[in-house]
Design a protein around this ligand. Structure first.
Ligand code: COA
Ligand code: AMP
Length: 624
């Protein structure tokens, strides 16, 4: 039996022994005696009697042995800056930021909403919260005021941390006005906003509420690590669900630290002292896990890249960063490689850089199409690993675990379930399907450490969203199959979630925005295949009787409305005004049939369709 098979078997047959061993990679205040609390299924808790501090594990504990090693590199082509912090420097800076937050009243259990671009202060704020035992909730910068307001309303933070602006390529985007607007909309008012003034734009501060970052941090005394329970929340990360109300995915401290630390060596094959670069954004789970926490828990150097794969300044940007910093493992979304390939199909930029340190490329966030896989593998000449995971899972569910054993790859498959993840494929009745048959991808409970224990203050929604459909299993929301060799194939979401350029978005929430327009009678938003972004949303609306406005004008207003209410990241560029939407006899809009036509895929029209002529009439508008 190979190493992978052995570890996988043990992770399921001797679950507690397996994770007890992995827990030895973490410094505990009170080490775990009990490994898993399974007394109240379907709720499970890992390391219920243990205590620790996550920031200690990410920073302080490394200082005696690797205090002079670079912990963080901020590489920012958009501002022309590259800065480095050693472990000792980063620990000291984070302790001061924690002191500043403490001065603003932040204590254990309090929430801090973080609305920051890809600057070192984002990582420092997250770790400072962890240091205090406070719970951070980072909101991605591409979301607009209303989305930020919803998250502030749900997390009820004591403090919001923001910056005067983000820099997106050549554009400077002021952040503070978005926060001010969000606070007008939100039902919850934080006591303070801590505002970092960037040189590109000066934010206006509200007296009494807003506090200048530089002044507060300069005046603060360093804060020590506060001990928390392994089961205490480390962060909340909101993610798109079926409705407009995002789900507050909770991450605990102990299970998270154990799983992420273990994953760095077992899944990514990376050792302490090496340079790990996740080219994502701290606003997404990839950024939380593999820009901030995992590389630091493992004693690596992490790269925080404030730039794009193309245009900052060219399609050689990624190779430049790898060469400049000696990156061993790069992690990004397939979209980034599609963007590079589009601009530089022959890979000419690569020849300008020495990327010999690069050992492997990991891709996730959306399906990796075999063409992009082959292009990247041929170009780089290193293993390209497609791996599958979600905000909820926190770390990979399926991967080629190079640190354990390099398994043969199959293009189109993220290889095999990672130890700890008992992946099953179930039909609508909950029965396992044979190899090769597509059905619901589920994970048998308990989920391993690091996966979400619940949704923020909403156990009921956690159970109803994920654990009720197939009792005893976690519903991933993805469909796919296992082949006869146990390789997993993820074919796409079975709900209203779409992946646009690796960004997870809800078509349901876009529909809510469109439906809110006074001229709209009904609407549908579907994700259609896109060469660059994987998927993009398209909207279809039927106008109310008597509306006299020009359809094109209404469509333009609707595009703007989604941009204003959800954010630029929604990337809804096209809305069509149509006479009617195809429905079943019971009134359900046939989104799957619309999507099939838009993607040019042959799919049978459901026999329950009310009026086939409506779908036929829509065909030319839908056609790719
Ligand atoms: N703050 C503010 N706005 C943001 C933003 C942020 N952090 N991130 C994206 N946006 C904006 C973009 O500027 C763009 O605005 P526009 O409509 O005014 O041009 C819009 O949101 C859509 O962004 P995106 O879908 O990313 O498209 P793009 O054309 O700007 O870039 C890629 C395309 C492929 C270069 C880009 O998506 C990319 O680098 N993807 C890598 C994948 C990735 O990081 N995934 C994260 C999960 S691993
Ligand atoms: P997010 O929660 O933003 O990480 O998005 C998770 C979703 O992205 C998953 O449910 C999948 O639909 C999709 N996804 C992530 N990784 C992969 C992958 N390797 N292959 C296919 N889909 C993926």
């Amino acid at each position: 039996m190979g190493r992978y098979a052995e570890e996988f078997r043990r992770s399921l047959e001797d679950r507690e022994g397996f994770w007890r061993d992995a827990a030895a990679g973490i410094d505990w205040v009170d080490p775990p005696e009990r490994i898993l609390d399974d007394s109240t299924p379907p709720m499970y808790r890992w390391f219920p009697d243990a205590t620790l501090n996550t920031c200690w594990n990410a920073l302080d504990r490394h200082v005696p042995t690797r205090g002079g090693q670079t912990a963080l590199i901020h590489d920012s082509p958009v501002t022309g800056a590259v800065r480095r912090w050693t472990y000792a420097e980063l620990r000291d800076e984070v302790a001061r930021v924690a002191g500043a937050l403490r001065d603003l009243g932040v204590a254990k259990g309090d929430r801090v909403v973080v609305y920051l671009p890809m600057i070192p202060e984002a990582l420092m704020t997250m770790l400072a919260c962890a240091r205090l035992g406070a719970v951070h909730s980072v909101v991605f910068g591409g979301f607009a005021a209303a989305e930020l307001a919803t998250r502030i309303g749900d997390a009820r933070p004591r403090v919001v941390v923001t910056a005067s602006c983000g820099v997106e390529g050549s554009r400077v985007l002021p952040y503070k006005p978005l926060l001010d607007r969000a606070l007008e909309l939100s039902e919850h008012a934080p006591e303070h906003c801590l505002v970092l003034q960037r040189p590109q734009v000066a934010a206006t501060l509200v007296a009494g509420r807003d506090v200048d970052w530089a002044e507060a941090v300069a005046a603060a005394r360093p804060a020590e690590c506060v001990t928390v329970r392994a089961t205490d929340p480390l962060y909340i990360l909101y993610t798109s669900g079926t409705t407009g109300k995002p789900k507050g995915v909770v991450r605990d401290n102990g299970g998270h630290a154990v799983a992420l630390h273990w994953s760095m060596s077992a899944v990514y094959g990376v050792a302490a002292g090496e340079v790990f670069w996740a080219a994502s954004d701290v606003g997404w789970v990839v950024g939380h896990s593999y820009i901030v926490y995992a590389p630091l828990l493992a004693g690596c150097t992490t790269v925080l890249y404030e730039g794009k794969p193309v245009g900052t300044p060219d399609a050689g940007a990624f190779w430049r960063v790898v060469a400049d910093h000696g990156v061993s493992v790069l992690f990004t979304a397939p979209t980034a490689f599609r963007a590079i390939r589009k601009e530089d199909p022959a890979g000419e930029h690569l020849a300008r850089y020495d990327v010999s340190t690069l050992r492997a490329l990991y891709l996730a966030g959306e399906r990796l199409d075999p063409e992009t896989y082959r292009w990247a593998a041929e170009l780089l000449g290193v293993p390209v690993v497609d791996h599958w995971w979600q905000t909820e899972t926190g770390w990979p569910v399926a991967a080629n675990p190079l640190g354990l054993e390099a398994l043969p790859t199959k293009p189109g498959s993220p290889t095999v379930p990672v130890p700890g993840w008992d992946v099953r494929v179930l039909d609508a009745e909950g029965a396992p399907v044979p190899p090769g048959v597509d059905a619901a991808l589920v994970v048998r409970l308990p989920l391993p450490p690091g996966a979400l224990p619940t949704l923020w203050r909403d156990d009921e929604r956690f159970v109803s969203s994920y654990l009720s459909r197939h009792p005893g299993h976690y519903l991933t929301g993805d469909g796919g199959h296992l082949d006869a060799d146990g390789y997993l194939y993820v074919m796409g979401r079975t709900d209203d979630v779409i992946n646009v350029a690796g960004h997870r978005l809800s078509t349901g929430s876009m529909e809510e925005v469109l439906a809110g327009h006074p001229a709209v009678a009904e609407c549908a938003v579907i994700g259609v295949a896109d060469q660059l972004k994987g998927q993009v949303p398209r909207g279809f609306v039927v106008l109310k009787a008597g509306v006299t406005a020009e359809p094109a004008a209404v469509a333009a207003e609707l595009v703007q409305r989604v941009r204003d209410e959800i954010g630029a990241v929604a990337a809804l560029r096209r809305v069509d005004v149509v006479p009617a939407l195809p429905k079943t006899r019971s009134g359900k809009i046939l989104r799957a049939s619309m999507r099939a036509i838009a993607d040019g895929v042959e799919a049978p029209v459901p026999s329950t369709i009310e009026d086939p002529a409506v779908l036929e009439a829509l065909r030319p508008t839908l056609a790719p």
